[in-house]
Design a protein around this ligand. Structure first.
Ligand SMILES: NC(=O)c1ccc[n+]([C@@H]2O[C@H](COP(=O)([O-])OP(=O)(O)OC[C@H]3O[C@@H](n4cnc5c(N)ncnc54)[C@H](O)[C@@H]3O)[C@@H](O)[C@H]2O)c1
Length: 320
């Protein structure tokens, strides 16, 4: 069984939300070197300030789509494992659908070409539950059809097909993980690409009303970022993951109304909510069947939603 300890690990999108927590965890687990490549489209240096103090961490401000750039970084740093976390957030689909789609495909293309040439040994590729689209049955196992409703999700689904087919044809050392909705400290809170939890926290703190889109009864399966990061590392260390697509979720779905109420309760906010029309292409229901992750990785989420949301909102207390 391979261990992350002593390995030279590259994290694409390592200055983003999940990627930065992954960098911290890899350093804690004794990776020999953690190489973060991020073009700072949405990444932030604050996210990696702890990692940057570590002697085994190095940052490249570069674009993962570029083959030549990645080839030279991987060669120079003698990379053994790549965790592919880089993407552009789902909401970008509504502003620039072509790039929201293509970035996922082009990044997978570059990483696969380099894997095929033997530039590094193992790719842990991150998909998204959005690739499934709205649940046709629930909970959703990995055999659930993919029917993406946004260009972002279509790009994720296309990249997954590409990565999986390369595994089948070339027998490359690959695993695909499919996280459901992540939350926790460091999730983007700014602008039109902000995630719902930090965006709502910010609005309440600034004296604005929380916003609910549609009837608020759409559901998501929320998983705490620390749990996802643990599962990502297990996906590398447990070779039973190879060639598989593995859901990472809690197996419980929560409505957006319930989520918003939880945030309001935390801040003692009892005012009105602003109601807006449902977003076009919004997925109605997402809930993971988490059995495969349990069986192949021995993975169980440890942080219950009530605890996770408290940790998250405590963290956002200090940010301005
Ligand atoms: N956050 C979630 O709820 C969630 C759910 C399912 C799957 N995922 C997947 O997990 C991964 C990480 O998501 P996240 O929430 O941390 O997103 P994020 O936006 O916080 O992080 C992505 C990072 O990728 C970087 N990036 C974008 N394009 C790049 C490029 N061409 N070259 C280099 N860097 C680039 C961004 O600057 C950012 O730092 C993504 O693959 C995403 O699809 C996330």
């Amino acid at each position: 069984m391979p261990s992350i300890k002593g390995k030279r690990v590259l994290v694409t999108g390592g200055a983003g939300f999940i990627g930065s927590h992954l960098c911290d965890a890899l350093l804690e687990k004794g990776a020999e070197k953690v190489i973060c490549v991020d073009n700072f489209f949405l990444g932030k240096t604050e996210n990696i300030c702890k990692a940057m103090e570590h002697e085994n961490f190095v940052l490249y401000r570069d674009d993962v789509r570029h083959f030549g750039v990645m080839q030279s970084i991987i060669e120079k740093e003698k990379v053994e494992v790549v965790f592919n976390m880089a993407t552009i957030a789902l909401n970008y689909s509504f502003f620039n659908p072509f790039d929201a789609y293509m970035v996922n495909v082009e990044i997978a293309n570059t990483l696969l070409e380099l894997l095929k040439t033997g530039a590094y040994k193992t790719l842990i590729h991150t998909s998204s539950s959005e690739a499934y689209g709205t649940a046709q049955y629930s909970p959703m196992d990995e055999n659930h059809p993919t029917d993406p409703t946004t260009p972002y999700a279509a790009g994720k689904a296309a990249a997954d097909l590409m990565v999986h087919s390369f595994y089948k044809v070339l027998g490359l050392d690959i695993a695909i993980v499919r996280p459901f909705n992540n939350y926790g400290p460091r999730q983007n809170a700014e602008g039109s690409l902000a995630a719902i939890i930090p965006a709502t926290a910010r609005r309440i703190k600034e004296g604005a009303m929380p916003i609910v889109e549609g009837d608020g009864e759409q559901t998501r399966d929320f998983i705490f970022v620390g749990d996802t990061v643990r599962a990502l590392i297990l996906a590398y260390e447990k070779e039973s993951s190879r060639g598989e697509i593995i859901n990472l979720g809690s197996g419980k779905d929560i409505s957006i109304n319930r989520l918003l109420q939880g945030i309001c309760d935390y801040y003692g906010y009892s005012g009105d909510w602003e109601h807006r029309p449902a977003r076009t292409s919004d997925v109605r229901k997402l809930c993971a069947d988490a059995k495969k992750a349990r069986e192949l990785l021995g993975f169980e989420p440890e942080v219950e939603f009530e605890e996770g949301i408290r940790i998250t909102l405590d963290w956002y207390k200090d940010f301005s």
